[in-house]
Each structure stands twice: as C-alpha cells, then as structure tokens.
Design a protein around this ligand. Structure first.
Ligand code: GLC
Length: 397
C-alpha cells in the first residue's frame, strides 16, 4: 500500500459510531479511545480529501458537546463503557472542563476547499463563532489581547517544559510526577469552580505561543468563512481580534528574535526554548527578515533543534531536554505539520521538502506511532496513532 492508502485505511479503522447519530475518529484505539478536539480537526483536514461527509461528521460530533458558554471540551468520552483514565474537570456529563488549540475554523475551511458547499458552514458557523468568542471573552479577562490557558493540557503538549515555572516543577521531573502535578491543578481549579479568571489568578495562567498563533490564523480564516455565510458582523469581529492578538504577541511575547510564552498578570516571559519558536511561521507573525534569521539560527542548528530525524520539540540545550520524554524533546507529527505549513508560507522550500521527507520516512519505518526519539529515530507511545496521517497533507501541498 502506498502512504495515501495506508493513511486513509488508518482513519477508517479508527472511525467510531456513537450510536446517537454521530461518527468520529479516535486518535489511537488502545491509548486514546475517545474524541479529542485538535485531533478531530487534524482528522477533518485529512478526511476532507476523500470523504467530506466523514470530515463534517467529525466536526459536528465535536461541536455537539459544546458547553453553554461556548467552550469546546478537549475530550468527549463517547463510549461510557470505557474506563476513563482521568476526566480533567467535573467529568459529570462525559466531557472535560478544559479545552485545546482552536483549529476548528482551519478544519472547516479545508472541507470547504474540497466541497465548495456552504450548507455545513451555515450549520456549524454559529457554534464555531461561539467558541472563539468564549476564548476572547473568558480567557482574556484583563484585555491583554492574549488568550490564556488554565492547564498545560490545553496546549496539547501536556508536560512541555514551557510550563515548568508556572507548574512549580523542576526540569528533571518525571512523566508521572508531572501528571500528578497536573491532576493537583485540576483539583485546585475545581475549587475555583473552573471560573476562568479566578483559576488563572490563583492557580495557572499562561499565554501560550502555539495556542495564540493558532488563534490568530483561525480567526483570520473565520473572517473568510463569515463572508461565505454572510455574517459581516462576525467577519469584522474575527478580523479585529486576529489583529489585536497579532499585535499583542509582537508587543509582549517577542524577544531576542523569537516568540516566548508568558505567565500571569505581569506577562513574564517563560524563556524555555521549544518548537514554539517556529509555530508563529504558521500565522506569518515573523517579518521576512526575522524568519530568515530564525531559520538560520534555530532551524538549521543541530545543537538545539535540528536532528537527523526532524525538529526536536525542545531544544537540546535546555536542561529539561529528554530525547524520549513525551513533550520534553521528541519529534511529533503535528508540530512538524505546523512548521511545514509555516515554511511554505514564507517560501522556505528546501527546508519544507526536508521536513516532509524526514516525516514520511519516520512513519514508513515505524508505522503510525505517537512520537519519536530525535537522536535515534526510535518510535514510542501509541500505535495506530492518527497524527502521522498529517504527512499526507504535506505530500499534497
Ligand atoms: C496526548 C497529546 C495531545 C492529544 C492526545 C490525543 O495527550 O499530548 O495533544 O490531543 O494525546 O491524541
């Protein structure tokens, strides 16, 4: 089977029926047998290429469990027979109380590019808008124009060392030690009743670079979708906030030629070098000159980010770097995909071709595994993990 057939076969194999009129795709049948927010957006981007209906169902299922305030939970536990490892919140109604990077508008546009039909957009647009509105209104209570996370898991990079300082953990913390601290944080946020402002003030308040970059890009796309569904007010709103976040990222998070996440009311920079330096390319937040400097200084730097197998998620020079440490160094396919899109946006063609080919090779050699050791290429974690299908989008573009 060629790569394309293998990718679609995996998505088909991981597809589930809720029995209540919805279908969705699990990221991995053994390790992640539920529906995840940003994973479903990735699935929709790939499914759109062959089966637009399946892609639409993926987003429809996700949005069907949106909370009243507009938040879309990071996990929906559709199959109630399965034991839940942890519910990341109240867990009462089969969903978590935290969210994940807002890739919904991007995924919806990917579907539209293939179908050119607006019926599904008209159906889903108000829900998507409510989600972005929630993030702008509830996750930025002090009008810093930067969206805040109340738990590291909302970044999708659960134990990334970007969060070590706000989590009050040492750089050599173990995977399970970190998990324990994140569970403690959820308990503290339950005490705050998941009231965003109070939870931020008391427990954890991070303005994260990837999340805000994804927000800018998605708001820009939301503005285009607003034109398609003839909602000029939403178009103006999305454009306005994309611009405000873009500007605040530059004013607050940009230092030494790269973007850094920041913490708290004072917006103190969290100076841990991770792939968050590269992700702003995705929303074209760097000027051309800055992007060139970034590629020379960091992308091509074998001592920090570049390895023979791809781009490390954490710089090798960081004390927290672990080649096999989940989000503390290994190569993951979603970061590769975001960086790839960014490289293409700026016209870094040879870098993009290299990233695409190392990504394809990792999957061809190891199968659809979860993450990879940058020093040896060894694969770890979940099997039949769907993120590898994103490589197809690199091969297509
Ligand atoms: C892991 C990843 C997260 C992803 C989830 C399901 O927790 O860190 O980003 O959404 O698995 O694949």
């Amino acid at each position: 089977m060629n790569f394309r057939d293998k990718a679609f076969a995996l998505l088909k194999e991981n597809r589930r029926d809720t029995g209540t009129g919805h279908t969705y795709t699990v990221p991995s049948p053994e390790v992640y047998p539920y529906q995840w927010l940003w994973d479903s957006c990735f699935h929709a981007i790939i499914l759109a290429k062959v089966d637009a209906e399946a892609a639409i169902s993926e987003l429809r299922a996700l949005l069907s469990r949106q909370l009243d305030d507009g938040m879309v939970p990071n996990i929906i536990f559709w199959d109630t027979k399965l034991t839940r490892p942890y519910n990341w919140g109240w867990g009462k109604s089969g969903v978590t109380s935290i969210t994940q990077p807002p890739m919904l508008a991007y995924a919806a546009e990917a579907i539209y590019r293939h179908t050119r039909e607006t019926a599904f957009l008209e159906e889903l647009f108000p829900k998507m808008l409510a989600f972005y509105r929630y993030l702008i209104e509830r996750r930025d209570p002090r009008d810093h124009q930067l969206i805040s996370l109340i738990n590291p898991d909302e970044s999708g990079e659960d134990n990334s060392p970007r969060f070590d300082k706000p989590m009050h953990v040492a750089s050599d913390i173990s995977f399970f030690g970190h998990m324990y601290e994140r569970h403690k944080l959820v308990r503290a946020n339950r005490v705050c009743n998941f009231d965003e402002e109070e939870c931020m003030r008391k427990n954890f308040w991070v303005k994260d670079v990837p999340f805000n970059t994804i927000m800018v890009k998605n708001l820009e796309i939301l503005a285009k979708l607003a034109v398609l569904v003839k909602d000029p007010e939403a178009e103006a709103y999305a454009k306005l906030h994309a611009g405000l976040i873009r500007q605040a990222m530059r004013d607050v998070l940009f230092s030494d030629g790269v973007f850094w996440s920041a913490e708290g009311e004072k917006k103190e920079l969290l100076k841990v070098a991770t792939w968050a330096h590269f992700v702003p390319l995705f929303a074209e937040l760097y000027t051309k000159e800055e992007a060139h400097a970034l590629i020379e200084t960091h992308f091509h730097n074998h001592d920090s980010f570049r390895s023979s197998y791809g781009i490390r998620t954490v710089s090798q020079q960081e004390p927290a770097y672990r080649a096999a440490g989940f989000w503390r160094g290994p190569i993951w396919m979603a970061p590769h995909w975001f960086i790839y899109q960014g490289l293409r946006a700026y016209g870094f063609e040879s870098e993009a071709v290299w990233l695409r080919s190392v990504s394809e090779r990792l999957i061809e050699h190891n199968g659809f595994r979860e993450y990879f050791n940058p020093e040896t290429g060894k694969a770890y974690g979940a099997h039949n993990f769907t993120w590898g299908t994103l490589v197809l989008d690199m091969l297509d573009s």
